[in-house]
Design a protein around this ligand. Structure first.
Ligand code: KG4
Ligand code: ZN
Length: 360
């Protein structure tokens, strides 16, 4: 893959069918995402078989639309095919991997396997088609990844190199948003719905606990579900043990206040630990990625703290924080340049980890 190389990327790890075309690892040429949110909102969550079937249905139309947007007629313009190999849902991953393998095979292109989590980090390198050039994140980088399935902090001294600073010991931050959103009777996924509800809070006096876990960079969010249930019970004047596990019938302003208190707790812990890690390490750039990074309050809190410390913050626009294939194209480019290749035996790796060195 050349320095300005064009990569076609495929992402199907969870519930978005996505294909993108990215030049030089940064410039988005096409970025198509078919979301299954409407499909999964009826069940309040993802049913893996339903997700895989939807990927089968949308894979080809999404590929065609990405090719159309990029004006790809002749495949000789494309230098490699990148695809998410994991982590994610096995059946969902399989659809994208099969597509990418086939494209690489018939067009005689290298196949580049990409870790979805590395994709979320490299989303910070992306530039929109009409966006002015801006410098890439400078190392050392502290990266916070906060998605529906993962929450961790890593140090990057250099490209593609990760030292784990801390991670969640129980739920991911996005998972906490989704579960509390459901309890409050908000639509799926909970993250954007809670952010919207929290903006309506007037009193802002509900305080949810913070799990600081000493001075470690680890996180814990499972206690927030319990705290939310306790707050809801108090609101309804009932006992927690008498409450069903379904959405509770709360007055609108109570939903607003509880959403606010919950979000404050998550944002406070995530931003405080990220800023402290960046300061300790002497990071030049803080990168935030994953679906929860689409949260404007989290973004604002980190930007504010980093500004005071003279650290640059790069958070992709919301559409590039949630799952997309452009981020796989960015990470895939750097992986390809480093020599990463897969054969036609590439398998889905549902519980793939980011290759990290442990903190000393
Ligand atoms: O990265 P992502 O799209 O998929 C995974 O790889 O997990 O993340 C999805 C998660 C969901 O839990 C969703 O509730 C959360 O990101 N999310 C948000 C926001 N937008 C999406 N959480 C908080 N605020 C948001 N605005
Ligand atoms: Zn993701």
């Amino acid at each position: 893959v050349t320095e300005t190389g064009r990569i076609l990327a495929v992402e199907t790890s969870c519930d978005e069918t996505a294909v993108a075309v990215v030049d030089s690892g940064r410039r988005i040429v096409a970025n198509v995402v078919a979301s299954q949110v409407a499909l999964h909102s009826a069940t309040g969550g993802i049913v893996p078989e339903v997700a895989a079937r939807a990927h089968l249905r949308w894979m080809i139309p999404v590929l065609d639309e990405a090719k159309r947007q990029a004006g790809i007629g002749d495949w000789s313009e494309v230098e490699a095919v990148a695809v998410t190999e994991g982590p994610g849902l096995a059946g969902s991953l399989l659809v994208g991997i099969t597509m990418a393998k086939t494209l690489a095979w018939v067009h005689d292109l290298p196949l580049v396997p990409v870790n979805h989590l590395e994709g979320h980090i490299y989303a910070a390198w992306l530039l929109d088609p009409d966006e002015a050039d801006k410098p890439a994140p400078e190392f050392p980088v502290v990266a916070l990844v906060v998605s529906g399935g993962h929450t961790f902090l890593v140090e990057m001294k250099d490209a593609l190199s990760y030292r784990l600073l801390g991670q969640t010991v129980d739920d991911a931050a996005g998972e906490a948003f989704d579960k509390v959103g459901r309890l409050l009777g908000l639509p799926y996924p909970g993250g954007p719905a809670i952010m919207k509800a929290a903006a309506g809070a007037a009193q802002r006096d509900r305080v949810f606990p913070r799990a600081w876990l000493g001075d470690s960079f680890d996180f814990s969010f499972s206690g927030l579900k319990t705290a939310a249930r306790r707050e809801v019970a108090r609101e309804l004047g009932t006992d927690v043990s008498a409450m069903s596990s379904d959405a509770q019938p709360l007055p609108e302003n109570a939903v607003f206040e509880l959403a606010y208190g919950f979000q404050e707790s998550v944002v406070d812990v995530l931003s405080t630990k990220t800023l402290r890690a960046a300061e300790e390490i002497g990071a030049r750039t803080i990168v935030v990625g994953g679906g929860v990074a689409a949260n404007g309050v989290l973004r604002g809190r980190i930007e504010q703290g980093a500004d005071q410390r003279g650290i640059r913050v790069v958070v992709p626009r919301p559409g590039l924080c949630t799952d997309n294939a452009a981020m796989i194209g960015a990470a895939g480019y750097f992986r390809a340049r480093a020599g990463a290749r897969a054969g036609s035996d590439l398998a889905a790796k549902p519980s793939l980890k980011l290759a990290v060195r442990e903190a000393a």
